[in-house]
Write a protein that binds this ligand. Structure first.
Ligand code: NAG
Ligand code: NAG
Ligand code: NAG
Length: 460
C-alpha cells in the first residue's frame, strides 16, 4: 500500500518576479495557472537515496534531504525537506545560430561521494555543469587586517596581532560551480551518464555521444556519431544513452526507430559499430502511420544487476536481456486503451511525449508514468500491475493511494474513469525510485510527490 510521504505542492517560485514572461506570452495565463518555469523536468536520487535532486524548466535545481532518524522531534521519520536550492542554468543566446538556448534542466546525475561534499552534473540542451554542494557550520573570526564584514581595516588601528578562531554558526549549505563543459554539442543533449570508473561521463545529443573526463572541460571524445553526410538521409536519432552499472567499457543507446545498441569502448575508440543490436520486428498486423512514432524509445535504464535493460516507448515498457537481441523478454502495456486515440494524440502533439521508466532497488518492479497524473507499476514476478494517481487528494500526509482504473467501453465500475475523460495535459514524465527502499519520487507538472510503500518499510 503506497502512502504519501511528502508532497511539495507549493509553487516554488512566485510568478511575479520570475522569468515566466520569457515562456508564456500571456501574463494572465501565467497568473492563473502555475508558472511554467516551475515545471519539474528531471528527478534523481543520489546513490544512497538520502538526497533527491529536481531540476526545472526555469534552470533551477532543488535538493531535498531525508530527515535523519535521530532528529525525530516534530519530524515524520524519513521525510524529505528542502536542503538547497540554486540556479544552475540561465537562458542564453547563441548569436552564431540566432537561437535561444533554454535554461531548462534536461538531466541531473549525482557523482559518487568522495569527500564531505556532494557533487552533481546538470545539463540543459547544450552545457553540462559540475556543481559542488558542501556544508559549513563554522566561520573564522578575528582577522587581523579585515573586519567581520570582510572590509579592510584602517591599518593605523591595528596595533596587536591576534589569532583568528573558528566560531560555530548555523549550518549553511554552499553550492559552487566547479566545472563548465561547454561547446561539446551541436544538437540537444538528452542524456548524461556517469561511468562506473568515476572518472568519466558521457553526454548524448540527437546525433552524437561524447565522452568527457570529469576534470577536463575543454575537450571531449566523440564516441558515437550517426550524422549522415547528407542530412536529408537522416532516418534515425539518438534518444537516450546510459553506461553499464559496473562494466566501465559498456554503454547502450536507444533510437527513435525503437532499437537499442550496446557498444564496447574496448573494441574501438569510435563506437559507430555497435557490438549488439536489440530490436523487435514489428507485428505487420499492427502497422500504421503511427508505428514508427510510437516505437521511438524515450528512455533506457540498465537494471541494478546489470543483466537487463528497461525501455519505454509510447505505449509500452519492455525488459530486455543483454543476452537476447531478437526480442524483449517482457512487454507491459502502459495504456493500451490509447491505441485507438493515436490520431488525436498526434494532433495535440502528445504522441511525442517522452516518458521515463525506473527499476525498483531489487529490479523486481518497474514503474513508468502516464496521463491524467497516473503512473503505473508492474511486478515482474507476480505479473500484477497497478495504476496510481498523484493528485491533490493524495497530498495529505500519510494518505493512502487508491488504485485507479481506466475503463474502455463495456461495464463501468464505480470510481472508474473513462478514456474520454483523461486529462492529457497532466502527464507524469519523470519518476525516480529510491535505490534501496520502497520510496518513489513522482514529478507531476510543478508538483513533486514522494510516496512510500508502508507495508514493505515496516519490515525493515
Ligand atoms: C547520498 O547523500 C547522503 C546524505 O548526505 C550521503 O550520506 C551519502 O554518502 C550520499 N551517497 C553517495 C553514494 O553519494
Ligand atoms: C498489436 O496490438 C495489440 C492490441 O491492439 C497489442 O496487444 C499487441 O501487443 C501489439 N503487438 C505488438 C507487437 O506491439
Ligand atoms: C522492490 O519491490 C518489491 C515489491 O514491492 C519489494 O518486495 C522489494 O523490497 C523492493 N526492493 C527494494 C530494494 O526496494
Amino acid at each position: 500500500m503506497w502512502r504519501t510521504l511528502r508532497v511539495r505542492l507549493v509553487v516554488l517560485r512566485s510568478c511575479l518576479n520570475c522569468i515566466c514572461h520569457v515562456h508564456c506570452a500571456c501574463a494572465v495565463w501565467c497568473a492563473r495557472t502555475s508558472c511554467v518555469a516551475d515545471i519539474i523536468s528531471t528527478v534523481e536520487f543520489n546513490h544512497t537515496g538520502e538526497l533527491l535532486a529536481t531540476g526545472d524548466k526555469g534552470g533551477r535545481v532543488v535538493i531535498f534531504q531525508r530527515e535523519p532518524e535521530d532528529k525525530l522531534q516534530g519530524h515524520v521519520r524519513g521525510e524529505y525537506n528542502v536542503y538547497s536550492t540554486f540556479q544552475s542554468h540561465e537562458p542564453e543566446f547563441d548569436y552564431l545560430k540566432s537561437l535561444e538556448i533554454e535554461e531548462k534542466i534536461n538531466k541531473i546525475k549525482w557523482l559518487p561521494q568522495q569527500n564531505a561534499a556532494h557533487s552533481l552534473l546538470s545539463t540543459n540542451d547544450k552545457t553540462i555543469k559540475l556543481w559542488k554542494i558542501s556544508e559549513r557550520d563554522k566561520r573564522p573570526e578575528g582577522y587581523n587586517l579585515k573586519d567581520e564584514e570582510g572590509k579592510l581595516k584602517d591599518l593605523s588601528t591595528v596595533t596587536s596581532l591576534q589569532v583568528p578562531v573558528l566560531k560555530p554558526m548555523d549550518l549553511m549549505v554552499e553550492v559552487s560551480p566547479r566545472r563548465i563543459f561547454s561547446n561539446g554539442h551541436t544538437y540537444h543533449v538528452n542524456s548524461i551518464s556517469v561511468n562506473s570508473d568515476c572518472e568519466t561521463y558521457m553526454s548524448a545529443d540527437d546525433l552524437r555521444i561524447n565522452l568527457w573526463h570529469l576534470a577536463i572541460t575543454d575537450r571531449s571524445f566523440n564516441i558515437v556519431d550517426i550524422k549522415p553526410a547528407n542530412m536529408e538521409d537522416l532516418t534515425e536519432v539518438i534518444t537516450a544513452a546510459e553506461f553499464h552499472p559496473y562494466h566501465c567499457n559498456l554503454f547502450v543507446y536507444s533510437s527513435s526507430k525503437g532499437s537499442l545498441r550496446l557498444c564496447d569502448m574496448r573494441a574501438s575508440a569510435l563506437c559507430d559499430k555497435h557490438c549488439k543490436l536489440y530490436e523487435e520486428p514489428e507485428d505487420p498486423s499492427n502497422r500504421s502511420f503511427f508505428s514508427e512514432i510510437i516505437s521511438s524509445v524515450s528512455d533506457v535504464k540498465f537494471s541494478h544487476s546489470g543483466r537487463y535493460m528497461l525501455t519505454r516507448d509510447y505505449l509500452t515498457v519492455k525488459v530486455w536481456d543483454l543476452n537476447m537481441e531478437t526480442k524483449p523478454i517482457e512487454t507491459y502495456q502502459v495504456h493500451d486503451y490509447l491505441r485507438s486515440k493515436l490520431c488525436s494524440l498526434y494532433e495535440n502533439d502528445c504522441i511525442f511525449d517522452k516518458f521515463e521508466c525506473a527499476w525498483n532497488g531489487s529490479d523486481s518492479v518497474i514503474m513508468t508514468g502516464a496521463y491524467n497524473n497516473f503512473f503505473r507499476m508492474f511486478d515482474r514476478n507476480t505479473k500484477r500491475d497497478v495504476t496510481l494517481e498523484a493528485s491533490r487528494e493524495s497530498s495529505k500526509p500519510r494518505a493512502v493511494l487508491k488504485p485507479r482504473r481506466v475503463c474502455v467501453g463495456g461495464k463501468r465500475r464505480k470510481d472508474d474513469i473513462s478514456v474520454d475523460s483523461l486529462d492529457f495535459t497532466k502527464k507524469i514524465l519523470h519518476t525516480a525510485w529510491h535505490p534501496t527502499e520502497n520510496i518513489i519520487a513522482i514529478a507531476a507538472t510543478n508538483n513533486l510527490y514522494i510516496f512510500q510503500d508502508k507495508v514493505n518499510s515496516d519490515m525493515h
